[in-house]
Write a new protein. Structure first.
Length: 667
């Protein structure tokens, strides 16, 4: 007699199924609607294929489109496999490598056959059409367990040198699986997958671009073509995504930066920003704002060296963790006319600082610090350098030279929670001033870390307690804990901002660190007269000025609020008879502290209005002969349909109010 399996369902019921049954059988037994909707299964917590038999009694939850996060990952993984199959069907001899799901889609790295050029954008329509054919064929996706040698033999026989190389490195003692798409194509993959290609919506994906990639990310390896796509559960989701991408393209800070004459980047200083006068006005406004906020919160501003001895970085632990991303400098270079090695064998090594924290510890250590002096809050608008990979650089968002609104708080064990709570409230005030909504997340200990478990327990709980005391550990603030995502030396709170089109940006952070004070021998004299280690809180709100300005440009689509706008107003003439009055108006606006330009060109006013609107100037003050005689201006505010006629004094008062930073308005 066949023994029945007991399958426990989320509603508390138990289904008895025959041995060899699958989650698909359970779905069918419950009803045809669920059988059609089911995409995969969670068996004892593990996501599996619907058609994979149960190993024994199990807890089962069926995954449908309602489980959007898991469902999207599944369909995107399948779209990637269908992409690879399509490319090989169209161009036999194409070698495939890997194709994962991503946050908004999928990609696959492939190598074109030797008899053709690498794949390009012109190839995407044909690939999309072949993918739709494969989806329409409703090909079963079938899982099999293979031995490592079977995999090696298959890939070598088919000339798949990349797959063969990877297969040779797989462990023999692990279960190695392949997935068949029908009877004529397969790929090695851990899965899981949908039951068949027909479960994908042929109208819910789009191939978006191609890019160069290297096998295993190593520039010394062969170059491949990475084909990107976006994939969704239905066409409505795809259309919404494409609309967001169109809006994001319009808001691209690199495009707006050129149009608004804010900054540029070029090869002579790759990864570093050339700020133009208008762009640097934004920087200065932000810096003044942050300086006022930090002064008001009891921070003392310092300035520390750009270059420090490598031994300092060794002692701090950064040399071992960040060496490959640090710019290093020998302190002894022979005359270039001399023969021999460029760098002396006896040279000591220095490094441009990739972060400010070790230098701040050195400032803290000057003199004797008493417990009565704590907490000490040291802030720095600190310029740092990191040797980011060339391909990872992206406008202002990822650069090699950047400036942080950095600060470190040195405090006693008993002061940690209060200091973190105060920082939560400071960050809240800043982000609200810019109109951002945000979520707070706690990144917990990673697998590889420094420090004892007891220290990590304490540090993580302190951050939880601080957020609780600030009243922010709740759904309103998006509170969430992220296992394994902390820094190697400390857990951290992260602030994830949501911009105007729904994208999130991880910006602010605070970390409770007991490792660096120990490594760099930072101490204070306690009430008992003995030396004690301070806790060091690393914190930033903007993160880096470069990236935060990039986020602001995209969030506001270039239409920065008046207090941040590089040019807050332009006085434009209709006729030359008003030139003298326009100059007088500009002088009075400048005297009131307004960043103002004049436009006295012999151009039609509609042309001037359009030009300054494209430049995102918040206020255009139009003056003609009548305005000059009456002492008035016609004010056009960006984004408003109707102009307002008012006296020059009224306009100055209105612009002064709009140009006042929010913290000064509150004060």
């Amino acid at each position: 007699m066949t023994e029945l399996l007991k399958i426990s369902l989320p509603d508390g019921s138990v289904r008895e199924m025959e041995e060899g049954s699958t989650p698909a059988d359970v779905a069918a037994a419950i009803g045809p609607g669920l059988a059609k909707a089911a995409l995969a299964a969670r068996v004892d917590g593990e996501v599996r294929d619907l058609n994979r038999p149960f190993d024994g009694d199990a807890e089962l939850a069926l995954i449908t489109a309602r489980d959007e996060e898991e469902a999207l990952e599944l369909v995107r993984h399948d779209y990637a496999h269908v992409l690879a199959e399509a490319v090989q069907a169209l161009w036999p001899g194409t070698q495939i490598t890997f194709g994962p799901a991503t946050d908004d889609g999928f990609y696959y790295d492939v190598k074109a056959p030797d008899n053709r050029d690498p794949f390009g954008m012109d190839d995407l329509p044909a690939i999309e059409e072949k993918m739709r054919e494969i989806i329409a064929a409703d090909k079963p996706l079938r899982r099999e367990v293979w031995s490592r040698q079977q995999l090696i033999d298959k890939w070598e026989a088919e000339g798949e040198v990349f797959k063969a190389e990877w297969a040779r490195e797989l462990p023999e003692d692990e279960e190695l699986t392949v997935y068949h798409s029908g009877d004529d194509w397969l790929d090695m993959c851990r899965g899981p997958h949908l039951a068949s290609t027909g479960k994908l919506d042929p109208k819910a994906f789009k191939l978006t671009r191609v890019a160069g990639a290297y096998w295993r990310g190593d520039q010394s390896n062969p170059q491949l073509t990475r084909i990107y796509g976006t994939g969704w559960l239905n066409k409505k989701q795809l259309n919404a995504y494409l609309t967001r991408m169109e809006e994001a393209a319009k808001r691209d800070h690199r495009k707006l930066g050129r149009e608004m004459d804010l900054f540029h980047l070029q090869e002579e200083a790759h990864g570093s920003v050339f700020w133009h006068p208008k762009g640097y006005r934004i920087w200065r406004a932000l810096e003044s704002y942050m300086r006022r906020r930090m002064d008001g919160a009891g921070y003392r501003e310092i300035k520390t060296p750009q270059v420090m001895d490598a031994r300092q970085w060794e002692q701090s632990g950064h040399w071992g963790k960040y060496r490959e991303n640090m710019f290093v400098i020998p302190d002894e270079v022979p005359n270039t006319e001399d023969e021999g090695d460029l760098v002396s064998k006896d040279a000591d090594w220095m490094a441009l600082k990739p972060m400010n924290c070790p230098a701040h510890v050195l400032v803290f250590k000057q003199g004797i610090t008493s417990y009565r002096d704590l907490p000490i809050r040291l802030g720095e608008m600190g310029c740092c350098h990191r040797n980011e990979p060339h391909g990872a650089l992206h406008g202002l968002m990822r650069v090699r030279q950047f400036t942080q609104d950095d600060a470190h708080i040195f405090c006693t064990e008993n002061q940690v929670v209060e200091e973190v709570r105060a920082f939560c409230q400071l960050a809240d005030a800043v982000y609200r001033d810019f109109g951002f909504k945000y979520a707070i997340k706690l990144a917990l200990r990673p697998e590889k870390r420094l420090g004892s478990d007891a220290d990590w327990d304490k540090a993580e709980q302190e951050l939880r307690d601080a957020v609780e005391e600030a009243g922010m550990a709740n759904e309103e603030y998006g509170w969430e804990e992220l296992p394994g995502e902390g820094a190697f030396y400390a857990p951290k709170l992260e602030w994830h901002l949501t911009d105007a089109i729904g994208r999130t940006w991880q910006v602010g952070t605070i970390q409770g660190d007991r490792v660096l004070p120990e490594r760099l021998d930072a101490t204070y004299v306690g009430e008992d007269g003995d030396k004690h280690r301070p806790v060091m809180l690393h914190r930033a709100i903007f993160g880096s000025y470069e990236r935060f300005i990039g986020i602001l440009i995209e969030h506001f689509a270039g239409r920065l609020p008046s207090w941040l706008a590089p040019v807050q107003a332009v006085v434009a003439t209709i006729v030359s008879d008003a030139d003298d009055y326009a100059k007088e108006a500009v002088a009075k606006l400048e005297a009131a502290g307004i960043r103002v330009d004049s436009d006295l060109r012999n151009e039609k006013i509609n042309y001037k209005v359009r030009e300054h609107s494209l430049a995102k100037v918040p206020h255009l003050l139009v003056v003609g002969k009548r305005e000059a005689e009456e002492g008035t201006v016609a004010v056009r505010t960006l984004g408003e349909q109707q102009q307002k006629v008012m006296t020059l004094e009224e306009a100055i008062a209105m612009l002064t109010d709009a140009a006042t930073p929010p913290d000064l308005k509150q004060a």
